[in-house]
Structure formats: structure tokens, C-alpha cells
Write a protein that binds this ligand. Structure first.
Ligand code: SF4
Ligand code: SF4
Length: 285
């Protein structure tokens, strides 16, 4: 039997009411524990403990023990970003399934005409398939807050390869942010009307850790008016930041200072914190 001294906790799939924990034991064994909260208790009670022989088997088992919705949402997380988004966890839908994205991509005056996500997803079949599944699950039904996984991190981006499709997805994202109080959450959208309808569906209770980033549809044109259009009952704008992409030429001719370093979101956090000003300016890649 493995000793308790050499346990390395490797993963925890947790929603409000249940969690599956994977621990690496001495040798090659992994212990998978599933625990649930009973009634109003704060404590989790182990109800299923199994030992398996590989990490892959442990992951499969852990996912099978939690609620299928929690498992699917956890599976849909992207945890291995590189470059700018290294060490940021994201969940995203697929722009190729979003009618508004498809329309905007045809508009030569829109930044969407050069959509980076669409180009990248043409090449990356396995990620694209994951995003398609994400789109299906997150737009289908409003889930109980207790089903949303606690992400294993403190920075969470909602939408990196798509946008809001419907108010169900918007409502789910608001609740997902609310249950992840340990994380700074940033939601990117060009569809604030859809987000507003999401708030209408579940109440205008915006989580304090949620930053809404409106992504300006036109190059060199910050969509200032958007912040004034959507005002929450507490008098604050629903939109926290306006993210605008500029051409190098426009930046030089108009003395604009780009403040998105595009090197490391973790190091910068401008889009994730409320105290870092409203306008985010990125140079076109
Ligand atoms: S909204 Fe974003 S994901 Fe959708 S087409 Fe435009 S740039 Fe691409
Ligand atoms: S401004 Fe900072 S946080 Fe926002 S996208 Fe750029 S690097 Fe990331």
C-alpha cells in the first residue's frame, strides 16, 4: 500500500457540490476520490475512492464520476495556451458556428474580416472539435450554478475563439464567473445585446470578479458609445473596457499609445482588473 507521505495532488475537478480529486501515490498508482457536499454542509464527504494504474485512467475515471455537465465544461477548458495567454485558462465557443461571426467575416470593414481565430481553427482540427462541443453544451440550457467547475487557476478568459451566440450562453458565463471567486474573469464580446439579455434572464447581478470587454468591430475606432448604452441597475456600465485594434500607420500618425503589450496577459492583467483604465489599444498583428 502506498505511503501517505509521497502524495502529489495532480488535479481536482470541482463544482459547487462535488469534486473528483486525483492524487499520485508512490509507485505508478493514482488514487481517485469523489466527494460530495451534503445538504448545507461546507464539508465534502468522500463517497468513492479507487486506485488506478495510470494518469490517463485516473483522468477518465475522475471525469466520469462528476456530473456529466461539469465534466463536459471542465473538458472544454483550454489550459495549455502559449505566448500571450500562457497560464491563463479559457473556455470558448467556435466562431464558425456563430451566425454573427460568419456575417462579420464577410464585411471587409470589420476586424472580423481578418479573424485570427477562424484562421487558426482551420488548421487545428482537434481544438476546433472541442470548441464545437463547447458551443453545443453552453448554448443549449441554463445550468445550475453548482454544476460549473471551479477552474484550477486565478485568470479565466471567456471567449478566445468565438463570441456570444445566445442569451443562454451569456447567462451561463455570468454564473460561471460568479462561482469562480478566486479568479479574475474577462469576457470578450462584440455582442453586448446578447449579454444584456443574459443578465435579464438571471437577474442583473454582475459578479465583482467579472470584467466585460467590448471588442470594437472596426479598426482604429473605439466604440465609446457602447458603454453608455448598457447601464446596470446600480448605475454602472455593463461594459468595463473597450478593446480596439489599431494599424501601425494610424498609431504613428495620430500619436496613439498602444497599451496591450501582447506579450503576457498574466504579467499585464489590464483586461482582467477594473483599476487599469477603460481603453485597451492593441496593434494589428
Ligand atoms: S467576433 Fe471575434 S471570433 Fe467572431 S469573427 Fe469577429 S474576431 Fe472572429
Ligand atoms: S492588454 Fe494585457 S491583459 Fe489585455 S490582452 Fe493585452 S496583454 Fe492581455
Amino acid at each position: 500500500m502506498a505511503s501517505k507521505t509521497n502524495i502529489e495532488k495532480t488535479m481536482c475537478i470541482q463544482s459547487g457540490a462535488e469534486k473528483s480529486t486525483i492524487e499520485k501515490l508512490d509507485g505508478k498508482n493514482y488514487r481517485v476520490t469523489h466527494a460530495t457536499r451534503r445538504g448545507n454542509s461546507r464539508f465534502y464527504f468522500s463517497d468513492n475512492v479507487q486506485i488506478v494504474k495510470s494518469r490517463a485512467a485516473a483522468c477518465r475515471l475522475a471525469l466520469s464520476l462528476v456530473n456529466p455537465i461539469t465534466a463536459a465544461l471542465f473538458n472544454g477548458l483550454c489550459m495549455n495556451h502559449t505566448a500571450k495567454m500562457k497560464d491563463v485558462i479559457s473556455f470558448s465557443t467556435y466562431c464558425g458556428l456563430n451566425p454573427r461571426c460568419i456575417e462579420r467575416m464577410k464585411d471587409g470593414n470589420s476586424v472580423c474580416a481578418a479573424c485570427f481565430a477562424a484562421r487558426q481553427m482551420k488548421r487545428q482540427k482537434s481544438t476546433r472539435e472541442k470548441l464545437i462541443k463547447n458551443t453545443e453544451i453552453i448554448t443549449a440550457s441554463i445550468y445550475s450554478p453548482s454544476l460549473f467547475p471551479i477552474i484550477p487557476g486565478d485568470m479565466f478568459r471567456l471567449e478566445a475563439f468565438g463570441d456570444l451566440v445566445n442569451d443562454i450562453q451569456a447567462a451561463n458565463y455570468i454564473m460561471w464567473a460568479a462561482v469562480n471567486k478566486q479568479a479574475l474573469v474577462a469576457l470578450w464580446t462584440k455582442n453586448p445585446d446578447v449579454l444584456w439579455k443574459g443578465f435579464e434572464k438571471i437577474g442583473f447581478n454582475k459578479p465583482k470578479n467579472l470584467n466585460v470587454i467590448f471588442s470594437s468591430p472596426r479598426l482604429n475606432t473605439p466604440a465609446d458609445n457602447m458603454r453608455k448604452l448598457y447601464i446596470m441597475p446600480d448605475g454602472k456600465p455593463m461594459i468595463d473596457k473597450i478593446f480596439t485594434v489599431y494599424t501601425k500607420k494610424y498609431i504613428q500618425e495620430n500619436n496613439i499609445i498602444a497599451n496591450c503589450g501582447a506579450r503576457s496577459c498574466r504579467g499585464c492583467k489590464r483586461c482582467y482588473k477594473k483599476s487599469t483604465g477603460v481603453y485597451v489599444r492593441e496593434i494589428l498583428k
